[in-house]
Design a protein around this ligand. Structure first.
Ligand code: PEP
Length: 249
C-alpha cells in the first residue's frame, strides 16, 4: 500500500514571510492525512524545518548538486539539504532541465547524491507540447525513466513525478485518460526493470496545473499516488483542499 503524497514546489516565489502559510497549513493537516511536503527555496529550508517541528508536514529542497562538497559557487549539496532537517529533494524538474541544461545523467547523479545523504528523491519526467503533438510522449517518458532513475531505486528513496511540461503553470491539464495512460505506462516500465515488489512501492505523482477544482478527478487514477503542485501550493487555502481530496481518494 503506497502512502499518498501531496508535494508543494514553491520555486523562487517566496521570502521568509511566506512561512506563515506553512504554519497555517500545519493547522489544517492531520497525521492521518496524505503525506504532505513543501519544497521552499533553499535559504528558507532550515527555518521551515524549525517552524514545522512536531507537525505532519515534511520539508524538501528543489535541487541539489551531485557532489557532496567542493568548489561549486552558489550550489547546495545533498548533505547540506539533509543538515537543515529536510528529507526530500526534487530533481530533474523541467525548469532545471530547460534553464540549466540538466540531462538525464545529471539527474541520475544528483539522485545518487541525494540517496547518499539519506534524502528521498522526487525525480521529474515529462514531455513537451511538441513531443505530445508528435505522439512521442511514451518514448520520451521511457528514455527519461531509464536515464534519470538509477538502478538502486526503491519505494523509500524514490518518488517519480510525471509533469507534462506544457501543463506546468499554464492552467492546461491532460485529460484523465492521458494521465492514466502515462502513469500506467510508468508503472509497467518500473515493474519490468525493478520487479513487481519494488515497482509497486514507488509512488507516482502527477504535476501540472493541479488545483482544488481538478484534484479529486486526477486522484481517481489508480497509479496516481499524489501530486506535485506549484502555484496552488503557495497558499494554505488552495493547498489544503488538494491534500483533503488526496486523503479521501
Ligand atoms: C511544478 O512546478 O512542478 C508545477 C506542477 O507547477 P503548477 O502546479 O503551477 O503547474
Amino acid at each position: 500500500m503506497r502512502r499518498k503524497l501531496a508535494a508543494g514546489n514553491w520555486k523562487m516565489n517566496v521570502t521568509a514571510g511566506a512561512l506563515s502559510e506553512l504554519v497555517e497549513l500545519a493547522k489544517q493537516v492531520n497525521p492521518g492525512d496524505a503525506e504532505t511536503l513543501i519544497c521552499p527555496p533553499s535559504p528558507l529550508l532550515y527555518l521551515a524545518c524549525e517552524k514545522l517541528r512536531g507537525t505532519a508536514i515534511a520539508i524538501g529542497a528543489q535541487d541539489c548538486h551531485a557532489e557532496p562538497s567542493g568548489a561549486f559557487t552558489g550550489d547546495i549539496s545533498a548533505p547540506m539539504v539533509a543538515d537543515t532537517g529536510a528529507t526530500y529533494v526534487i530533481l530533474g524538474h523541467s525548469e532545471r532541465r530547460d534553464l540549466h541544461a540538466e540531462k538525464d545523467a545529471d539527474v541520475a547523479a544528483k539522485t545518487r547524491a541525494a540517496w547518499g545523504a539519506g534524502l528521498t528523491a522526487i525525480i521529474c519526467i515529462g514531455e513537451s507540447g511538441a513531443d505530445r503533438e508528435a505522439d512521442k510522449t511514451l518514448d520520451i517518458i521511457a528514455t527519461q525513466l531509464q536515464g534519470s532513475v538509477p538502478d538502486a531505486a526503491t519505494g523509500e528513496n524514490t518518488v517519480i513525478a510525471y509533469e507534462p511540461i506544457w501543463a506546468i503553470g499554464t492552467g492546461k491539464t491532460p485529460t484523465l485518460d492521458q494521465i492514466i495512460e502515462v502513469h500506467d505506462f510508468i508503472r509497467a516500465r518500473l515493474i519490468e526493470r525493478f520487479g513487481q515488489q519494488t515497482a509497486d512501492a514507488i509512488r507516482l505523482l502527477y504535476g501540472g496545473s493541479v488545483k482544488p477544482d481538478n484534484a479529486a478527478e486526477i486522484f481517481t487514477a489508480e497509479n496516481v499516488d499524489g501530486a506535485l503542485v506549484g502555484g496552488a501550493s503557495l497558499k494554505a487555502a488552495d493547498f489544503a483542499p488538494i491534500i483533503k481530496a488526496l486523503t479521501q481518494a
